[in-house]
Design a protein around this ligand. Structure first.
Ligand code: FES
Ligand SMILES: [Fe+2]
Length: 386
């Protein structure tokens, strides 16, 4: 749906800072090449602790980071073949989370019925992706499509970040091009105008016009001369739960969000630049250029953004009921989307729990019947009707 782009004053719904995530999406939790075979990595996705491990054959697995025996964190254990053994008593769990070994249990005895939850996991773009929601929906979603990743004419600069703020505060920072004011000294952008705004059930897309000037603009090919003003359209998109930005074939940003908890958000950003140098000239300088762009450009912008959003979060912590005013309709749409996605997830969990309860009740009934308990037809009909 196309929305008006007029800047009008609206009161922010404070509930947006309390929403949880819709867990029925793929979330990137770390670098795939940093998790070597037989090693384990603890991760948190919206307060769900998960032990990610790579087995001896190089396959990735993800189990709830809680041993079903006594609750010790499974990531403290060790990889044994394709399984994960808890550090405490050595109970061993397979990739599906089933207990498949207890070192001190006599051979003839049955293994305990202990199960750790397992999560769908995959690696793509050198990232480890986990689906923390309903596993039956994992195949209906995919990690974002990053076409530039394998294209040699794009120069990629990765940038991880850890921010002490709710993920909605971080999203709004990414979607709000009007904060170019903050980056003035870094010669960011200026004179932004919101020219289009579209909203769907799962996304908010904007187009702004922004102006650039300065040495950085020249270096990135935005203008011919440093003193020349160039005005270009920039698209930003919150395609839940991740974020994208495109600057007309000059640079592209993919920002993968990892909401860790109510006031902690991690992200991994891939910046792609079209560097106007021939390949033979770019290849030898590319490691240095990557470090230069990370340290002296992107991290400086990021540090300024983090200072703002963490300040915002601290004020909310001190007084959660204080009201704020927004004038950018894109931000209001981004807030609506976060609330709507969370509500959809809560509804989905509610329906799944109801289904699960019904299933348990049905199996309870058949157990009762098979144990010889006599229920007359009238009783069954009455119970089913409740
Ligand atoms: S707590 Fe994990 S094996 Fe005992
Ligand atoms: Fe910024």
């Amino acid at each position: 749906m196309e929305l008006a782009t007029t800047l009008t004053s609206q009161t922010v719904q404070n509930t947006v800072r309390q929403v949880g995530i819709n867990a029925n999406y793929w979330y990137a939790v770390g670098w795939a090449n940093q998790l070597k075979p037989s090693s384990i990595m603890p991760v948190l996705i919206w307060q769900q602790a998960i032990a990610v491990y790579r087995d001896e054959n190089g396959q990735l697995h993800a189990l709830e980071d809680i041993c079903p025996h006594k609750g010790v964190a499974l990531h403290k254990g060790k990889v044994q073949g394709c399984n994960l053994a808890c550090a405490y008593h050595g109970w061993e769990f397979n990739a599906q989370g089933h207990c498949v070994g207890v070192p001190y249990l006599p051979k003839e005895q049955k293994l305990p019925r202990a199960q750790a939850r397992s999560y769908p996991i995959q690696e793509k773009y050198n990232l480890i992706w986990i689906f923390p929601g309903d596993p039956t929906l994992a195949a209906t979603q995919e990690p974002p499509n990053i076409a530039e990743f394998d294209q040699p004419d794009w120069f990629m600069v990765p940038l991880p970040a850890r921010i002490n703020a709710h993920f909605t505060i971080c999203n709004e920072n990414s979607m709000d091009v009007f904060h170019g004011f903050l980056h003035q000294k870094l010669q960011g952008w200026f004179d932004p105008i919101l020219i289009s705004l579209r909203e769907t059930d799962t996304s908010v897309c904007t187009e702004y016009k922004v102006s650039y000037k300065g040495r950085m603009a020249k270096f990135l090919g935005l203008s011919q001369r440093a003193d020349q003003v160039t005005t270009l359209p920039v698209s930003t998109e919150y395609r839940y739960p991740h974020f994208y930005s495109f600057l007309q074939g000059i640079s592209t940003l993919y920002l993968m969000r990892l909401p860790v908890g109510p006031t902690e958000t991690h992200s991994i950003a891939f910046f792609f630049f079209k560097i106007r140098l021939p390949k033979w000239a770019l290849r030898p300088i590319s490691p240095l250029l990557k470090i230069f762009l990370q340290r002296f450009v992107l991290l400086r912008f990021l540090a300024q953004d983090i200072e703002m959003v963490e300040s915002e979060q601290r004020t909310i912590n001190a007084n959660p009921h204080r009201r704020y005013v927004e004038i950018n309709p894109a931000i209001v749409a981004v807030q609506r989307l976060a609330i709507r996605q969370y509500e959809q997830y809560v509804q989905h969990v509610g329906q799944s729990t109801q289904l699960e309860n019904n299933r348990n009740r049905d199996s309870q009934k058949s157990i009762s019947r098979s144990e010889g308990m006599v229920l007359d037809q009238a009783e069954i009909t009455n119970e089913d009707a409740t």
